[in-house]
Design a binder for this molecule. Structure first.
Ligand SMILES: Nc1ncnc2c1ncn2[C@@H]1O[C@@H]2COP(=O)(O)O[C@H]2[C@H]1O
Length: 557
């Protein structure tokens, strides 16, 4: 991958004379360099710095990490710091602390069954995992990890050994043993103290203290008690769009937002909602099953369009439509997994959009599934992510049900996604040990009720209807003017994200050709495997009917 990027980079640079590509015939990896006028120095990018056997720590970085801290140059420290950005627990530190750590850390690689930390021994180092897995055990020699079917594992990106334990002379609380060949970056106590890392750590801890001190929830607490909170917490950084937690409701930790914000999302099963069921059949009937009489008793186009738009909103009563559908379903009982809906071209109203007019006398034959509300085409059983709300700086996640008995808690899984944020995470049970009566009273007023899945489904349908309408209107009024005179041919690449994979098209249910792009499925833990969609395209009347003055897109007559 890196080689490909470098080749592309090199090709792109060929046009620039000031760039000099030093390519040694004996080296497979070129070095890029150019003269920086501002810094009055040569800047080089040596691809060797990033070359490593897949997944292993790069050789160049190993060379640096094997040097004594005082022998490492600023540039080498920066290289090490860049290479270590893949380690989440390292990235969580402030930039200045990252540089200090890069100055002192050394590299180690150990094989399976090697004990790294022994329970009861004095703390002398802490560790970042670059590659591999380790197990945390209660026994001294770590052998239980190989007998236990579900040992407590730490992976690439995790750290262990507690940096704060280097400040006090504490003993190891558990044993840590390698489950496979594992690469570590180790920080030793002597280097830690000699390079004044503890001062930087204390600075970070002070920031956390200030954050908790300002919170209304802990106003009544003494400074000592707030410090207990600081020690319990672990700071983490998340970039925009990064997943913080797949299910924070059932997680054993609480999250304080110190900077930025994040979104609470819920993955809903649309097929389980009565509104969705009605909505789907209403639209399918419009395409495949429209009764003949409508052709002879048609209301005015504008009236019909408005009626259709209003009906698209699921809060309306569709019982008549449902009854109509159910009657047909009963008539066709016995064909529970495949059903034919025949329509002749004659029965379609003339005013339907071009997609519908172009249909041949067709047959919809698609597999059905049984839902609580009746049969639904299998393809229409989809899931969707819905945003519930945004959590801002200073707010806490995971506390809103903390005082409720289990039976009264809403245990629906909720997803937490970062919009660019820094959080402090701590174990729920440890936090609960600190709660006193004053905090408990404040927490009792802390209730948040998340909307029901049915409400979210209705919201999804409303937004979807609005998006369809908006798209049509924009297409009618604007699009034709935006078309460039010449559109270059774009080659489609296999496996690349295709926006169609997130749209369910109701008009393609009976088509034999299946989409050839990958389809996103709901993670099995949250829902049964379901296709996840962002939008549903439904058949609809031409929007020109609402704005008859626009006969052609973008042309007012
Ligand atoms: N439940 C746990 N989850 C993750 N890491 C743990 C757990 N228990 C112990 N550890 C790590 O194992 C380390 C053992 O040495 P320390 O007590 O210095 O620090 C400990 C933690 O970093």
């Amino acid at each position: 991958m890196m080689i490909r990027v470098c080749k592309m980079f090199r090709q792109g640079l060929r046009g620039f004379r000031e760039y000099q590509i030093i390519e040694n015939p004996h080296r497979r990896h070129p070095v890029f360099s150019f003269w920086d006028k501002k810094k009055q120095g040569r800047i080089t990018f040596d691809t060797m710095d990033f070359v490593a056997e897949s997944g292993y720590f790069p050789l160049k970085a190993i060379e640096i990490a094997q040097k004594k801290p005082s022998w490492r140059t600023d540039q080498e420290i920066q290289i090490l710091c860049n290479t270590l950005q893949v380690i989440g627990s390292y990235r969580n530190y402030s930039h200045s602390l990252q540089l200090l750590l890069a100055k002192v850390m050394r590299f180690e690689r150990f094989g399976r069954r090697r004990v790294i930390i022994k329970k009861g021994q004095r703390s002398s180092s802490f560790y970042f995992i670059y590659l591999g897995r380790v197990a945390v055990t209660e026994d001294e020699d770590g052998s239980s990890a190989f007998l236990d079917p579900h040992p407590l594992l730490l992976h690439k990106g995790d750290c262990f050994g507690q940096e704060v334990s280097l400040l006090s002379s504490s003993v190891r609380k558990a044993t840590v043993v390698c489950m496979e060949e594992t690469e570590f970056l180790v920080v030793d106590k002597e280097d830690f103290i000699a390079n004044k890392l503890e001062q930087e750590l204390k600075k970070n801890a002070n920031h956390q203290f200030e954050f908790f001190r300002k919170m209304d929830l802990f106003q009544s607490w003494s400074d000592e008690k707030v410090w207990e909170l600081v020690i319990l917490g672990k700071k983490e950084k998340f970039s925009y769009g990064q997943l913080i937690s797949k299910d924070f409701v059932n997680l054993s930790s609480i999250v304080f937002i110190c900077k930025g914000s994040c979104e609470v999302l819920r993955l809903i099963d649309l097929g389980a909602s009565p509104s969705y069921y009605k909505w789907i059949w209403q639209h399918l009937e419009l395409v495949y099953d429209r009764p003949m009489k409508t052709r002879f008793k048609e209301p005015s186009p504008v009236e019909r369009f408005k009626k259709f738009q209003i009906k698209s909103y699921p809060v309306q009563d569709f019982s008549a439509l449902k009854l109509q559908h159910l009657q047909k379903a009963w008539e066709q009982q016995g064909t529970s997994f495949s059903r034919k809906i025949n329509t002749s071209e004659n029965s379609l109203p003339k005013t339907l959009g071009p997609k519908i007019e172009s249909r041949r006398p067709h047959t919809i034959k698609c597999p059905m599934i049984n839902t609580k509300h009746g049969e639904l085409p299998k393809e229409a059983a989809v899931g969707a992510y819905m945003k519930i709300h945004t959590v801002e700086e200073g707010e806490i996640i995971g506390l809103h049900q903390i005082l409720l008995p289990d039976s009264e808690q809403d245990r629906r899984p909720l997803i937490l996604m970062s919009l660019g944020t820094e959080v402090i995470r701590m174990r729920k049970e440890k936090f609960c040990e600190l709660i006193d009566s004053e905090v408990a009273e404040k927490l009792s007023k802390f209730k948040i009720e998340y909307p029901s899945d049915e409400d979210m489904c209705q919201k999804f349908l409303m937004e979807n209807s609005w998006n369809i309408f908006r798209k049509d209107l924009v297409h009618l009024l604007v699009k034709s003017r935006q078309i460039p005179p010449f559109t270059p041919i774009r080659h489609k690449k296999k496996g690349v994200y295709n926006p169609n994979s997130l749209t369910l098209n109701l008009c393609s249910f009976n088509k034999k050709t299946k989409p050839h792009y990958p389809i996103f499925m709901a993670p099995q833990k949250c829902l049964p495997p379901l296709r996840v969609v962002q939008a549903i395209t439904a058949p609809r009347y031409k929007i020109q009917e609402l704005l008859p003055q626009y006969k052609n897109a973008g042309v007012l007559i």
